[in-house]
Design a protein around this ligand. Structure first.
Ligand SMILES: *Cc1c(COP(=O)(O)O)cnc(C)c1O
Length: 424
């Protein structure tokens, strides 16, 4: 029996997180045995250029020696204590120093936990229940966020998964990302009841979609005017697009921020933080309950701290290199598509890249839905055969790491050229 057949007998869909199952592109997923730098090593003995990057954490590529050494060192002192450690204080200090809007932070175990906890805190702090979630953004799998926009531009959320009670999503209002009028309309109608608006400042869960000029500033203004909190979900963008995340790039102070991915250096972690007066309401400093047996796990903290230390020590150089490699990749892919006369848009913020088979710009989720998803699947499989592993969905972002260079980019161009030739 093949590994995928065995997997499907014991794991739903054969995987532990849905996108890995290749439903977005068809076919069977690739089983990975190991990885090094920009390359994945598969169970069937192939070496693939990796543009998944574990969906964000692997900013230096796989197995940066400093991070592996830090994990090995931490291992000498046991793997969990259930008691405070010096290392978690240092990681918290580093996070707060990079994000001026985060005066305090709480470490958790995943991005999902971070956004779920931020939601509870926002409701407690404002004494309001309604929230605004933007269609196209992803905030993990807590019930309140699993909503699909109904008909109409701005509407009440309906559950997007069985098992999510309508009563829970009734307080989730939905507007499309990058549609300011829809948000203004929600505030006009429900302003006094809205606890928070949560947004991926740079959307990375529908491919890569940057905010329209002035959009984030307007969200800051309208939330403040109505006494609602602005929550930046920077689980993906934090430390990825810049030291200090998207909020530093766009110079906007959210009330709360959620982090994950890069801050764990490849181990499971999440964090939420923000204004001191808000974070002081979290237990045991305040009454808003939130806890975690493995929170601040020493291995994850060691890996994350080391990753952030590496980024801190020469962040201009690292982000410059990521910027240069990624710009070259995006520009090159667009040139190739143009030569083949195939509608294509590459959107980018630093080392996060969205590729869409449509004429751009891609600004909202309906633009992504309207792109040529079948073509994406075909191109995905040609690239995979040629040794290049894109994320297996047109709705995911490609991640370039510090380990990607000329050689990987050029191989990607060759394979992309082949794939598009087959499309003509
Ligand atoms: C990945 C992601 C999450 C969820 O994080 P998990 O660690 O997968 O639970 C939440 N928000 C954003 C923006 C993400 O990209």
């Amino acid at each position: 029996m093949s590994l995928i057949e065995r997997a499907r007998r014991v794991l739903p869909g054969g995987v532990n997180s849905p996108v890995r199952a290749f439903r977005g592109v068809g076919g069977d997923p690739v089983f990975v045995k190991g990885a090094d730098g920009a390359y994945l090593e598969t169970e069937d003995g192939r070496r693939l250029i990796d543009y998944i990057g574990s969906y964000g954490p692997m900013i230096f590529g796989h197995r940066p020696p400093e991070v592996t050494a830090a994990i090995a060192e931490a291992l000498q002192h046991s793997t969990t204590f259930g008691a405070p450690t010096r290392a978690e204080v240092e990681l918290a200090e580093r996070i707060c120093s990079a994000f001026p809007a985060m005066e305090m932070v709480r470490l958790v175990n995943s991005g999902t936990e971070a956004t779920m906890s931020a939601l509870r805190l926002a409701r407690a702090a404002t004494g309001r229940n309604k929230i605004i979630k933007l269609a196209g953004c992803y905030h993990g799998h807590a019930d309140a966020y699993l909503v699909a926009a109904g008909s109409g531009a701005a509407t009440l959320g309906v559950p997007s998964s069985p098992g999510v009670p309508t009563a829970v999503t009734a307080d989730t209002l939905v507007a499309p990302y990058n549609d300011l009028d829809a948000v203004q309309a929600l505030f006009q109608r429900h302003g006094d009841d809205i606890a928070m608006l949560i947004v991926e400042p740079i959307a990375g869960n529908m491919g890569l979609v940057p905010p329209l000029p002035g959009y984030l500033e307007a969200l800051r203004e309208v939330t403040r005017r109505h006494g609602a909190l602005l929550v930046f979900d920077e689980v993906m963008t934090g430390f990825r697009v810049a030291w200090g995340g998207a909020q530093t790039l766009f110079d906007i102070e959210p009330d709360l921020t959620t982090l994950g991915k890069v801050i764990g250096g490849g181990l499971p972690i999440g964090a939420y933080g923000g204004r001191r007066d808000l974070m002081q309401q979290v237990a045991p400093a305040g009454p808003v309950y939130q806890a975690g047996t493995l929170s601040g796990n020493p291995l994850a903290v060691a890996a994350g701290s080391t990753a952030l230390r590496l980024l801190a020590s020469n962040h201009d150089q690292i982000y410059d290199r990521l910027e240069a490699t990624s710009a070259k990749l995006c520009g090159g892919l667009e040139d190739i598509a143009r030569r083949h006369g195939i509608p294509f848009t590459c959107q980018r913020q630093g080392s996060m890249i969205g590729i869409f088979f449509t004429d751009g710009p891609v600004e909202r989720i309906d633009h992504v839905d309207a792109s040529n998803l079948e073509r994406f699947s075909r191109v995905f499989h040609v690239l995979l055969k040629a040794g290049i592993h894109l994320p297996p969905s047109a709705y995911e972002t490609l991640f370039v790491s510090g380990a990607h260079g000329e050689e990987e980019i050029n191989k990607t161009f060759e394979a992309f050229d082949q794939a598009l030739a087959a499309e003509a």
